[in-house]
Ligand binder design. Structure first.
Ligand SMILES: Nc1ncnc2c1ncn2[C@@H]1O[C@H](COP(=O)(O)OP(=O)(O)OP(=O)(O)O)[C@@H](O)[C@H]1O
Ligand SMILES: [Mg+2]
Length: 234
């Protein structure tokens, strides 16, 4: 287990409907390692298990077997509270349907992870949230309700929010999936930029070959198995 990895999976298996006649194994023993600061695309046909894998890596779901190390920490045997803490600090989430709170402003959405962490708003949190919105080019939109913003803008807010606690890893499930080409390019460029300037590793599920080609590496998942080299070269 190298110290240079932000994520390491070994033999991860996941079945649904366990113990029923409909039981199906979706992930058949996935091994995967992501270096610190690496930007990887995760591709594969619909139904191959990409979202299932991302949910397991994001500690939103538990595997039936296998090991998961995040930011050097083995997740086996962690309590729910410890998993929640690790999820909050080590991982930023950017999903296709951004899950912003649409009635809240852009600024309030970005502040949310910091509010949950500190328990109350203070000037430092507001300043940091403003800085993050500036980073994604949306400072002038800070007081707009998220629900009134375009898809591309909402995804930028989601990226700012994902960066709030400076996680070493961002998990993105089709972050550009419902955007037009220009907005998709902008959102991808922003993630690339964050990755380059802050060294945040990114694992991005995408069906977009042009964007995947611009990542450091493409991991292919087919029928719950990784078919392309899943460890970092070198
Ligand atoms: N909660 C669940 N209960 C039962 N089966 C599930 C559940 N979630 C996913 N599956 C099944 O697991 C398989 C993999 O689904 P998953 O959503 O991970 O695929 P995906 O690669 O993300 O596909 P897409 O590209 O369409 O998003 C599918 O056959 C799906 O039906
Ligand atoms: Mg999916």
């Amino acid at each position: 287990m190298a110290a240079g990895h932000v994520l390491e999976l070994e033999g991860v298996r996941k079945s649904y409907a366990v113990g029923t006649p409909a039981q199906t194994e979706v992930l058949h023993g996935v091994d995967l390692a992501l270096r610190r600061g690496e930007f990887c695309a995760l591709m594969g046909p619909s139904g191959s298990g990409k979202s299932t894998l991302l949910n397991i890596i994001g500690l939103l779901d538990r595997p039936d077997a296998g090991r998961i190390r995040i930011d050097g920490q083995d997740t086996a045997g962690l309590s729910e509270a410890q998993l929640t803490h690790l999820r909050g600090h080590a991982i930023g989430f950017v999903f296709q349907y951004h899950y912003l709170i649409s009635a809240f402003t852009a600024l309030e959405n970005v502040m949310m992870p910091m509010l949950l962490e500190r328990g109350r708003a203070d000037a430092a949190i507001v300043e940091r949230a403003r800085g993050l919105l500036d980073r994604v080019g949306l400072l002038p939109w800070q007081d707009h309700r998220a629900g009134n913003m375009s898809g591309g803008q909402q995804q930028r807010v989601a990226i700012a929010r994902a960066l709030a606690l400076q996680p070493p890893l961002i998990l993105a499930d089709e972050p550009t999936g419902n955007l037009d080409t220009k907005s998709a390019d902008g959102v991808f460029a922003l993630m690339r930029d964050v990755n380059a300037s802050q060294g945040t590793a990114v694992l991005m599920v995408t069906h977009n070959h042009a964007l995947a080609e611009r990542c450091d590496r493409i991991i292919q998942l087919v029928d719950g198995r990784i078919v392309a080299p899943a460890t970092s070269p070198g």
